[in-house]
Write a new protein. Structure first.
Length: 249
């Protein structure tokens, strides 16, 4: 099968399924995984799909559901989660918004953690319920089954009632010029309020979020304190972020 036919197959499957994996494509097309990686790289560079660890997802305003996102880039999320632990101290009030990376942070908390966690992330409940000294405050609103978060005007109103010591912001996209952006407007609204009502904001983003943008602006990078990624802090990918006055972890 020639390259153009492989491209048509990959894009057609993405349109149908929303995601593809290297190993499945290699079997379907009877080529090596290295060949598939090169094809995915080329399609990604031309803006026809989004590359993720192990495969690719379609470029869409409707991202993968929560369970699918949790299965992608899991190693990177664990790296970010472990790096984030140094910023969590007993007695703190902590904002956590939606996203699978935030869930990874919660899963790595010590069992003796004594915190107040304020969140719109419904997926955190089964993770946090084992911690007897963590007070869980779930913000109300309209439940979004796709992201497993509560969103809307009620969520925003309730968020304004709290002041947090630290806010772990799950970033949808991060770019040195345009800052942090979100896929949906109601996501961006909640993030903006948590940012405004937090003493310290720590943005979280794996390699797939870096140097990307989404439609709805959350903030400039100068508005946050720290950016945690799954990259080494001296990685060249982060060079454009070094002059912005934020700490890179």
């Amino acid at each position: 099968m020639i390259k153009e036919e492989r491209f048509d197959h990959i894009l057609g499957l993405l349109k149908q399924e929303g995601k593809v994996t290297y190993d499945t494509l290699a079997l379907d097309l009877k080529v090596s995984e290295d060949t598939i990686r090169r094809d995915i790289d080329l399609l990604h560079n031309n803006g026809l799909l989004s590359k993720v660890r192990g495969g690719a997802i379609s470029i869409s305003k409707n991202p993968l559901n929560f369970q699918d996102r949790a299965s992608y880039l899991s190693d990177g999320k664990q790296i970010i989660a472990l790096k984030a632990q140094q910023f969590i101290k007993n007695g703190q009030t902590v904002f956590m918004d939606g996203g699978t990376t935030v869930c990874a942070i919660a899963s790595h908390l010590p069992l003796n953690s004594n915190l107040r966690i304020v969140t719109n992330n419904i997926a955190l409940i089964p993770i946090l319920k084992k911690f007897k000294d963590i007070e869980i405050i779930i913000l109300g609103g309209i439940y979004n089954r796709h992201t497993e978060t509560n969103l809307g005007s009620k969520t925003c109103e309730e968020t304004r009632s709290y002041i947090a010591d630290v806010y772990f912001m799950g970033a949808c996209a991060i770019q040195s010029k345009f800052g942090i952006s979100a896929t949906f407007n109601d996501e961006a609204e909640v993030k903006c309020i948590m940012l405004a009502n937090s003493k310290r904001t720590i943005a979280l983003g794996n390699i797939e979020k870096i140097n990307n943008t989404e439609p709805f602006k959350v903030c400039d990078l100068e508005d946050i304190n720290t950016l945690i990624t799954d990259l080494p802090s001296d990685d060249s990918v982060l060079d454009s972020y070094r002059s912005l006055g934020i700490k890179l972890i």
